[in-house]
Design a protein around this ligand. Structure first.
Ligand code: ZN
Length: 134
């Protein structure tokens, strides 16, 4: 894996968390994007080589609603950038890691993504992401 691409943080309301993180990081939010298929609205901040992704649920059935109901706001996932997401998914599956999606899916920020089940990664939700190549 190439680097930590971003940390995902579950928040109740982007409207209050965006200004909070703008103050905290002393940098403006550079992009907001809704991923309808995942039931989330996202907001991105660049911090050096890495990013912070804030995630707000857009429906009751969103994974973010469930996460916040169970654990409250906080760190939701760690995303690693990979060169070839399909090769990395095969490699990890062969080692016994459970993938939450069998094929890469469209994520925010022009990425193909795949999540690993936290039960096989010490309770940490891991996202693999690869920049979409056109
Ligand atoms: Zn993410």
């Amino acid at each position: 894996m190439l680097k930590i691409e971003h940390l995902g943080i579950a928040v109740k309301e982007l409207a209050t968390s965006i200004p909070l993180f703008e103050q905290l990081l002393n940098t403006p939010c550079y992009k907001t994007e809704e991923v309808a298929t995942e039931g989330v609205s996202t907001a991105f901040f660049q911090t050096g080589d890495s990013k912070i992704e804030l995630l707000e649920a857009t429906s009751e059935t969103s994974p973010i609603s469930k996460f916040i109901a169970k654990k409250g706001e906080g760190i939701h996932h760690i995303a690693f950038e990979v060169e070839n997401i399909e090769a990395e998914m095969k490699r990890l599956q062969a080692l016994g890691f459970e993938l939450l999606n069998e094929t890469p899916k469209n994520g925010a920020d022009n990425k193909l993504v795949c999540f690993l089940h936290p039960k096989t990664t010490n309770g940490v939700l891991i996202e693999l992401c690869q920049e979409k190549r056109s």
